[in-house]
Design a protein around this ligand. Structure first.
Ligand code: KIV
Length: 289
């Protein structure tokens, strides 16, 4: 295992130009595979609410939900930085509450950083307090899904001159506060490139073009569940799972599964003896492969 990706690594990557690969994960086996694949940071996103919990938005995700899933990811991630996404109402009420919640992700769930949505103008107090406690903060501007009702839907941001200027100022404001990186979500590629060029901290884009210092995708989007223009299906895992579930159902109904090869027999010599260690019935369950 090579050493952990840290905020210093993010700074170095900004200098060297080596891109930063971030993916979301919500469970141990997926995080283990991302770790093995060399992903730099794993974001336990509040996209959990949609990707895993089947919600229409991210607004019903709770601290308990996020802590539960962050723990699973932290158990798997040895090198990748684990970034926990602060859910709706975990940082908006008071800066003190924001710090308490951010601290729980570090102390109870093993994350190394937190992310929160919105500009310094609205959440500067919370960000400052979290940073003062020694917890790295990733900012997030552009399309901020926790404000979906205020924005009026999931829409590309920064399409007119005024909002372009606002986003540039927001990025600089978060940098000035001390954020170690900023997610730019669903903004025009030229604007994201302009913001990236003006910053000393790395930008991580999603639907923000190739000019960012790194990219993040929601894991399920890149595995066949995503339909948005900005995503890419790297493997149609959704289709593979669906086919497997169909084949299984059909084989159970037809009697084709299980066969003798999947069944246990009485032993000839020591009937009733416990199976030897190597014959554990759960031998293949471990997600470690
Ligand atoms: O919750 C999430 O997955 C996110 C990413 C889209 C950046 O915030």
């Amino acid at each position: 295992m090579s050493s952990r990706v840290t905020t210093a690594t993010f700074r170095e990557r900004k200098q060297s130009g080596e891109k930063i690969a971030v993916l979301t994960a919500y469970d141990y086996p997926s995080a283990l595979l991302q770790e093995e694949a060399g992903v730099d940071a794993i974001l336990v996103g509040d996209s959990l609410g949609m990707a895993i919990m089947g919600g229409e938005d991210t607004l019903s995700v709770t601290m308990d939900d996020m802590l539960h899933h962050t723990r699973m990811v932290s158990r798997a991630a040895q090198r990748a930085m684990v970034i926990a996404d602060m859910p709706f109402l975990s940082y908006q009420i008071t800066p003190e509450e924001a710090l308490r919640n951010a601290g729980r992700f570090i102390a109870e769930a093993g994350a190394q950083a937190v992310k929160l949505e919105g500009p310094a103008e609205r959440f500067g107090g919370a960000i400052e307090l979290i940073l003062r406690a020694g917890i790295p903060v990733m900012g997030h501007i552009g399309l901020t899904p926790q404000s979906v009702h205020q924005i009026g839907g999931y829409k590309v941001q920064g399409r007119d001159a005024a909002s372009r200027e606002r986003l540039k100022q927001e990025a600089l404001g978060l940098q000035e506060l001390g954020c170690f990186s900023i997610v730019l979500e669903c903004i025009p590629a030229d604007l994201a490139a302009e913001i990236t060029a003006s910053m000393q901290i790395p930008t991580i884009g999603i639907g923000a073009g190739a000019g960012c210092d790194g990219q993040v995708l929601v894991m399920h989007d890149m595995l066949g569940w995503g339909k948005a223009r900005f995503t890419k299906t790297y493997a149609d895992v959704r289709a593979a799972m669906l086919q497997a579930f169909k084949d299984y159902t059909e084989e159970v109904k037809s009697g084709a599964f299980p066969t003798e090869a999947h069944a246990y027999k009485l032993r000839q010599d020591r009937e009733g003896a416990a199976p030897a260690r190597s014959e554990s019935p759960y031998a293949s369950v471990s997600p470690r492969g």
